[in-house]
Design a binder for this molecule. Structure first.
Ligand SMILES: *[C@@H]1O[C@H](CO)[C@@H](O)[C@H](O)[C@H]1NC(C)=O
Ligand SMILES: *[C@@H]1O[C@H](CO)[C@@H](O)[C@H](O)[C@H]1NC(C)=O
Ligand SMILES: *[C@@H]1O[C@H](CO)[C@@H](O)[C@H](O)[C@H]1NC(C)=O
Ligand SMILES: *[C@@H]1O[C@H](CO)[C@@H](O)[C@H](O)[C@H]1NC(C)=O
Ligand SMILES: *[C@@H]1O[C@H](CO)[C@@H](O)[C@H](O)[C@H]1NC(C)=O
Ligand SMILES: *[C@@H]1O[C@H](CO)[C@@H](O)[C@H](O)[C@H]1NC(C)=O
Length: 288
């Protein structure tokens, strides 16, 4: 550590490591729908029921496997029904962070509302006083990115995209696990792949999930770099870049990492980080 340049580089690496270990991934907000038909007054039974629902939400995350539905004040005029779902590939920790943000944000964006829906990249949450008449298809939101570059054969792109999404829809609907989720990729042309993700809420039957997903897929525009169809009971998204974590049980398409690649991609940085971490710890102790 005699060379001051080396010491500076080391301090810089330690600072980066510190940033890496303290930064919490913030969930990415997408959109909100406030129905605006009825509001509730403060300190009413409805508000209490909604608070209890949100309390259940935040306390059932670890055992919920990413999906939870509940009704509070059941069989009364002040009943509230609500559900949340986390994206099929994310961890309980990220699910927890997303729901915490969603519960906070939905109160701010739809104050006093008896019905509202909020979407994030990582989770979706809704509540309603009309839980007995929940619609699976509406209200909905669609988003798309800019046009795909002009060199791309749109017909071929559309074929690859719909081939992928239809396969994923079939896979998700038929899933025997509680999660109705599928994600994967397919080549469009040389050095271009399209990545797709579909998910239904766990309560849907196979045919309900399939109906919801086909409806969602049917609303996606052609020739965009990416698009989403967000429905209350299912959602579909595609991009030209990976935006989810593929696990071997929930992927289709041809890209799979071999064990050799995994060793290089995971083990080497981990060993490097451990050495750096120990180095930083020792450094902090001895230089303050
Ligand atoms: C509800 O009201 C807000 C604010 O006035 C508005 O932005 C939003 O579009 C309304 N939602 C619906 C579904 O009409
Ligand atoms: C609601 O209840 C809280 C606590 O009991 C009280 O402080 C507040 O003034 C009440 N608000 C209304 C509008 O009644
Ligand atoms: C989870 O939700 C249920 C209602 O569906 C509730 O009875 C239970 O207390 C909740 N768990 C916790 C730890 O809050
Ligand atoms: C919503 O509730 C707040 C207090 O929580 C109150 O000040 C406001 O007037 C209410 N708005 C509506 C539209 O009821
Ligand atoms: C995107 O493509 C559509 C049709 O292919 C065209 O009408 C539109 O002008 C394009 N938009 C931009 C921003 O290039
Ligand atoms: C894209 O392909 C799907 C499925 O084959 C078809 O339904 C749709 O009409 C096509 N869209 C365009 C713009 O060609």
């Amino acid at each position: 550590m005699a060379d001051p340049k080396h010491k500076l580089l080391f301090i810089f690496l330690c600072a980066m490591l510190n940033l890496l270990t303290t930064t919490k991934a913030t969930p990415t907000y997408t959109t909100t729908h406030c129905t605006n038909t009825t509001t509730y007054a403060p300190n009413t039974t409805f508000q209490t029921n909604l608070n209890i629902l949100f309390y259940y939400f935040s306390n059932n995350i670890s055992q919920s496997n990413g999906y939870f539905f509940s009704i509070t004040g059941f069989n009364t005029d002040d009943a509230v029904g609500g559900l949340y779902i986390c994206r099929g590939d994310i961890t309980t920790t990220v699910c927890d962070q997303c729901l915490t943000a969603a519960v906070k944000e939905i109160r701010i964006r739809c104050p006093n509302q008896t019905e509202a829906l909020i979407w994030y990249d990582e989770c979706f949450l809704r509540f309603t006083n009309r839980y007995f008449a929940i619609d699976k298809i509406v209200p909905r939101a669609n988003f798309d990115d800019g046009n795909i570059s002009s060199g791309v054969d749109l017909e071929r792109f559309n074929q690859s995209l719909h081939g992928l999404l239809n396969d994923l829809a079939t896979e998700a609907a038929a899933s025997l696990q509680s999660k109705k989720f599928a994600a994967g990729d397919t080549p469009v042309m040389e050095s271009m792949k399209v990545y797709g993700l579909v998910q239904c809420t766990n309560d849907l039957t196979k045919s309900q999930c399939e109906t919801c997903l086909r409806n969602a897929i049917g609303t996606l525009p052609n020739g965009k770099q990416g698009a989403r169809a967000l429905l209350p009971s299912c959602n579909v998204r595609y991009q030209l870049y990976p935006f989810f974590t593929l696990s071997s049980s929930s992927s289709s398409g041809d890209s799979k990492l071999g064990p050799g690649t995994i060793a290089v991609v995971i083990v080497v940085p981990v060993v490097f980080l451990i050495i750096l971490f120990l180095g930083c710890y020792y450094f902090k102790k001895s230089w303050g």
